[in-house]
Design a protein around this ligand. Structure first.
Ligand code: FAD
Length: 584
């Protein structure tokens, strides 16, 4: 179809070609072969951040494990902020999804007898994390990508950047996107749109996330009228390389690695996480949850027990006792990363590490099937908040979340699209407006005054100072004021490069505007949550307060662009809130 700016029409359009997006595409094609599916991705799908996942994907497998135990670990790990109906669906469907990937060709690591191998992971009290050495995401994404090629009804828009959702009367009807190769700006109509745009680590200066993780889907959904849920819940991973932020996977500790402070002391034994043991003890010490381990690091800094490095204080990860054979067999990428980026061989040397922003528990508010409150708009993967992660995600739950909820969102979006009508004429005007905005504000050759790099750096510093591992009201208020100024300045952002093909300056300008909206939601939500829970630790409200805050927080966008925070009850099914206990 060609109707002015609308150059194509599809039944379902996925924004994102990572784990969640590709799983959703396959689910749609399998639900209804007559539906026409589009996958729009700002990078070639195999470059999506899923590719860099290392450690593994959780799903109950062993005979001594149970779905209830996986559910309980996830719920207690979330500090009781997860919705328990969603967690129950998740633990039930995860093993099936992982096994299906095996049938589609995913080379899971095996035990000597040929069975699937599983490893321990932080906060899980049974071994249930499937892995493909330490390149799990790479193999999973390859498998999904290859599978998606089987379906002729899937059309890919590789290297297209979505700038806006087209919405009329509470219904989503498509997107406007820039074809980065040619610079053409086009509208693509669709009966249903699924946001699978991944995380937003780049809102902070020091992160494991790829440069593309700028929270675009969060901003697209928010501006279109979909609320964002639990945005204050940002996960720090305890072990990143100090300069680059490259992740050293939790699998290193699952295989028996220790964390030691400057005195060579396994300091985690001082933080209610159990006592040292020669072999890893599940849910104990180094296998405690990420929020607690990152908080313990801050206390070690305060006690003067960390080592100074050019990039701030560090502790060390000790893998030397594991031996070269095990490291080569199960952690080859960790060794490669250390050698290449730190010139350190973990077989003989300690690895310097410090906590690093890793994952976004919050996201676009959806129900258990990925549906948002806007008709025709769905979300899945890291960009969505279903929520199974609450205030702290357990390592290895995110990859299976992409599979389980990618598939669910795909199926319901397919059903919706089977009966929904085509786009109303009014979206043609909306599309024209958006194209005009991009041409006039960003590509007119009349550059603004504000440099993208300055805005981004100030936003990142502000977020680190006001919303780090520990926060408080005054710091968040100050941060919100700075963000308010940056929001004014981003209107005058400069895109000096007028070229059409691969205009990376234009993309960076759009991304920084998206990240400012995301950052603002994090602080507005954080200010409202006057308690400490999981990743949200407030020095001015140090205790968990179930009375007032056993609730989700939804950030809505007002017509004037300001944020409004509302509450939504947490769904409790079988596990009443209790104390989080780790260690043995
Ligand atoms: C280094 C690292 C290691 C990890 N290891 C593990 C692990 O071992 N186990 C685990 O469970 N989890 C792990 N995680 C978390 C997990 O990998 C991610 O949460 C998950 O892969 C996210 O998948 P996704 O499909 O939601 O998004 P992504 O894989 O990030 O894909 C996002 C997609 O959206 C597209 N996109 C974004 N914005 C736009 C736009 N404006 N227009 C068009 N397209 C757009 C991108 O092109 C991309 O295709 C890790 C994360 C990191 C960073």
């Amino acid at each position: 179809m060609s109707d002015g700016p609308i150059t194509a029409t599809h039944d379902v359009l996925l924004v994102g070609g990572g784990g969640a997006g590709l799983r959703a595409a396959i689910a749609i094609a399998e639900t209804n072969a007559r539906l026409d599916v589009a996958v729009v991705s700002k990078v070639y799908p195999m470059r999506s951040h899923t590719v860099s996942a290392e450690g593994g994907a959780a799903g109950v497998f062993a005979a001594d494990d149970s779905l209830d135990e996986h559910a309980y670990d996830t719920i207690s790990g979330s500090d009781w902020l997860a919705d328990q109906d969603a967690v129950e669906a998740f633990v039930q469907e995860a093993p099936r999804e992982l096994l299906q990937l095996e049938h589609w060709g995913c080379p899971w690591s095996r035990q000597p007898d040929g069975h699937i191998a599983v490893r321990a992971f932080g906060g899980m009290k049974k071994m249930r994390t499937w892995f493909a050495a330490d390149k799990t995401g790479f193999h999973m994404l390859h498998t999904l990508f290859q599978r998606s090629l089987k379906y002729d009804e899937v059309t890919r828009y590789d290297e297209w950047f979505v700038t806006r959702l087209l919405v009329d009367d509470g219904r989503v009807h498509g997107v406007v996107a820039i074809d980065l190769i040619s610079g053409r700006i086009e509208a693509i109509a669709a009966k249903a749109v699924v946001l699978c745009t991944g995380g937003c680590g780049k809102v902070f200066p020091f992160t494991t996330n790829a440069n593309i993780n700028t929270g675009d889907g969060l901003a697209l959904g928010y501006r279109a009228g979909a609320p964002l849920k639990d945005m204050e819940m940002v996960q720090y991973h305890p072990t990143g390389l100090p300069f680059t932020g490259i992740l050293i996977t939790e699998a290193t500790r699952a295989e028996g690695g220790y964390l030691v402070n400057k005195d060579g002391y396994r300091y985690l034994q001082d933080y209610d996480l159990g006592q040292p043991s020669p072999t890893p003890v599940l849910r104990s010490m180094e296998l405690g949850p990420r929020d607690r381990l990152s908080q313990a690091f801050v206390h070690e800094v305060e006690k003067g027990r960390t080592t100074d490095s050019p990039y701030g204080p560090v502790v060390h990860l000790d893998l030397r006792h594991l031996g070269e054979k095990l490291i080569e067999a199960k952690l080859p990428m960790v060794r490669e990363l250390c050698l290449q980026y730190e010139r350190i061989d973990p077989v003989t040397e300690l690895i310097p590490v410090r906590p690093v922003v890793h994952y976004m528990m919050g996201g676009v508010h959806t129900d258990i099937d990925g549906a948002t409150p806007l008709a025709g708009l769905y979300a899945a993967g890291e960009t969505a908040c279903v929520s199974i992660n609450g205030s702290n995600r357990l390592g290895s739950n995110s990859l299976p979340e992409c599979l389980v909820f990618g598939a669910r969102a795909g199926r319901v979006a397919a059903e919706y699209a089977s009966t929904a009508s085509g786009p109303p004429a009014v979206i043609v005007d909306q599309a024209r407006d958006e194209i005009r905005r991009l041409e006039r504000d960003l590509l007119s050759g009349e550059p603004g005054t504000e440099r993208v790099a300055d805005l981004r750096e100030q936003m990142q510093t502000t977020m680190e100072e006001s919303a780090g591992i520990y926060r408080n009201g005054p710091a968040m208020t100050k941060g919100a004021d700075v963000l308010g100024e940056l929001q004014q300045r981003v209107r005058r952002v400069r895109v000096a490069d007028p070229s059409r093909a691969f205009n990376t300056e234009l993309v960076a300008a759009l991304e920084v505007a998206n990240m400012l909206d995301v950052a603002e939601c994090m602080l507005q939500s954080g200010l409202q949550r006057e308690e400490s829970r999981g990743a949200h630790q407030r020095t001015d409200f140090p205790a968990r307060d179930d009375e007032r805050f056993l609730t989700h927080l939804l950030v809505h966008r007002n017509a004037d662009g300001t944020a409004r925070v509302e509450r939504l009850p947490v769904t409790i099914t079988r596990w009443p809130p209790g104390e989080r206990k780790y260690g043995r």
